[in-house]
Design a protein. Structure first.
Length: 627
């Protein structure tokens, strides 16, 4: 029998397709099963007008048969089959799609459910096979045909016997080689095959059947010492009907929880479920889950966000990051749409217009659900905040505050007055009319902020302060700038602009002492001044406008080579006994007064959470004052 050459441009195209187009070899099973599903779809469509088909909806199936000794994996269907001419056109011409032609014949607006478009999926089987045999019989024809190829230099087609309409794709798997990292034998293992079906083809609309091993008690074995044997029983490997295709009112919470646990490998139930069904510019269904705990690897470089993407029941991508905005990258779920423009491997998308529309809609749905939780389930929202609040904060100031308007009402901060987390809306609603600013204080912990000297004056006036305890907070305040026309103002920097907070002019002696402190400290500080915000504490540091100390700490970790530092303004409480002691020493013992000035500055650094240049020297300085 004469071997026929492939009619594509060159053998190089086949090599490229086999070795380069697909990301993972295991994809081959998805492609072959998708082709089988397409073939059944075509015959099912024909049966609507042709009673001769003789098959009801429940009669269609796909069967997988694994022969480990013979190293063959067979996928059979009872779909429409192929004629000799179609074998020539569809399997002899690489990248010619029979499914695409079928859809064109139906008309562009006809929804056939067929997903094949490019005619290359079949050849993915050569990634794992060294020889493929296709036995097929077209509906309405008496003759069956056998197509064979080793994928190297062509193929053969000859008549053969086949009783039923449909197609068998028989793949002879490559040998496991020492130089080949892939173990092809795994694709003959029943449990591996079932796992691949569940992963990629679980929602194909027709049953995918296969004989699976089961343990069964031997007949006649005693109750005391029962004996068991392994038997093969046919199973349907796929569930066929996706949960997201059902109405939310028809699905119980337990069903959603179990689906989430199994699909995303989480032992905890999700905190919230969002079901979406949309028709319009893009038609799609989505089932989204807000986890009740942080996913594995979340917050690390290894974490991969994204939603599972389906088309016609076939998983196209396991993690499609384009479907989720960065701010909600913790959300898990699935999206299915018939309107996707797939590329040649069906693993990526040719155009992102559809994705952008879906992503924008899902973002609104997720934001609305978070707002509902914040309003109606505050305790649940605060649990979510503990897991993902930092992500929302960072996303609000990332990209120059691109998402700040959408996220600002979802943010929570600890309140000095309420002693709990509050929203910006709640803070502003409690502000007295005379208050100009949203005041905040920054530190490593709530306890540390609570003891900051700079908070005393505001607390005495019973004014609420937001506690910023994460490095992201000050960047966030800088980007937000204001909320409801109320600017943010740090209690540690700049003028608090409180009514009646102007202190009396310093005396000449106080001014001389302040100048003495500046001369003693030199370039270590940018300025020394009498403080209007200190009450019982002797000293504090402020940074004025611009970079803050929290920002300095952040950049010292992520970009230490830049040496970025905030201004250091030493504020002294001229009414404190420590200042009085320094003032007296300035006149009676200048050298001792210099030590006092150094001690006050070092203490201010400690209060601000800034490192001491020489901790040992500071200890010696303190000890020298006892002599």
């Amino acid at each position: 029998m004469k071997k026929r050459k492939f009619k594509a441009e060159s053998q190089r195209l086949l090599d490229l397709m086999i070795h380069s187009i697909y990301t993972h070899k295991e994809i081959f099973l998805r492609e072959i099963l998708s082709n089988a599903s397409d073939a059944i779809d075509k015959l099912k469509y024909v049966s609507l007008t042709d009673q001769g088909v003789g098959l009801n909806a429940g009669d269609f199936y796909i069967r997988i048969t694994a022969d480990e000794p013979g190293r063959t994996l067979t996928v059979s269907d009872n779909g429409i089959g192929m004629s000799e001419e179609e074998l020539e056109n569809h399997l002899g011409v690489i990248a010619n799609s029979g499914s695409l032609q079928f859809r064109k014949e139906l008309g562009e607006d006809e929804d056939s459910g067929v997903i094949g478009q490019f005619g290359v999926g079949f050849y993915s089987a050569f990634m794992v096979s060294d020889h493929i045999t296709v036995i097929t019989k077209k509906y309405g024809e008496a003759q069956a045909y056998r197509w064979e190829s080793d994928g190297v230099d062509g193929y053969t087609v000859e008549p053969c016997e086949k009783e039923q309409v449909g197609t068998d794709v028989i793949m002879h798997l490559k040998a496991d080689g020492e130089d080949e990292p892939e173990e092809y034998s795994q694709y003959l293992k029943p449990y591996e095959i079932r796992a691949l079906v569940k992963k990629y083809s679980d929602y194909i609309r027709f049953p995918i059947r296969m004989e699976m091993p089961h343990s069964r008690r031997k007949e006649g074995s005693s109750d005391d010492k029962p004996e068991y044997e392994e038997v093969m029983e046919e199973e349907t490997l796929n569930s066929m009907v996706p949960l997201w295709q059902r109405k939310k009112s028809d699905v119980s919470k337990e069903e959603y929880d179990e689906f989430y646990r199994q699909r995303f490998g989480d032992f905890a139930a999700p905190q919230s479920v969002i079901a979406v069904s949309a028709e319009g510019a893009v038609t799609y269904k989505a089932l989204l889950f807000i986890p009740s705990r942080r996913p594995g690897l979340y917050g690390t470089e290894e974490f991969q966000p994204g939603l599972q993407l389906y088309s016609a029941g076939v998983m196209i991508m396991d993690k499609c990051a384009e479907l989720l905005p960065e701010c909600f990258n913790f959300v898990r779920g699935v999206v299915e749409s018939p309107d996707l423009s797939l590329n040649i491997s069906r693993e990526l998308l040719q155009h992102d217009r559809q994705l952008k529309i879906i992503s924008a809609n899902l973002e609104k749905k997720i934001r609305a659900e978070l707002a509902r939780m914040l309003r109606d389930e505050r305790e649940e929202y605060e649990k979510l905040w503990q897991n993902f609040g930092l992500q929302l904060k960072v996303s609000a100031f990332n990209h120059y505050g691109e998402k700040k308007e959408q996220l600002q009402d979802l943010l929570l901060f600890y309140s000095s007055r309420e002693k709990k987390l509050v929203t910006l809306e709640e803070y502003v609603s409690r502000m007295p009319e005379s208050q100009k600013y949203i005041y905040y204080a920054s530190g490593d912990t709530v306890e540390a902020v609570d003891h900051m000297p700079q908070t005393e004056l505001l607390k005495d006036r019973e004014m609420e302060i937001l506690y910023f305890t994460e490095r992201a907070d000050e960047f966030l305040a800088d980007i937000l700038h204001e909320y409801h026309d109320k600017p943010f103002r740090s209690v540690a920097n700049g003028d608090l602009e409180l009514e009646g907070d102007k202190r009396p002019e310093e005396t000449a002696s106080e001014q001389e002492t302040i100048a003495f402190i500046k001369e003693t400290l030199g370039d270590a500080v940018d300025e020394v001044k009498a403080s209007a915000r200190l009450k019982t504490h002797p000293v504090c540091l402020s940074s004025g406008e611009g970079m803050t100390f929290e920002m300095e700490k952040y950049f010292s970790v992520v970009q230490p080579e830049m040496g970025m530092k905030a201004k250091r303004i030493l504020e002294v409480n001229v009414d404190h006994p420590a200042f009085a002691a320094l003032e007296t020493a300035r006149i009676t013992d200048p050298e001792r007064a210099k030590k006092y000035a150094q001690v006050l500055y070092q203490q201010a650094l400690l209060i601000a959470g800034l490192p001491l240049a020489d901790p040992s020297g500071y200890t010696d300085l303190l000890c020298s004052l006892w002599s």
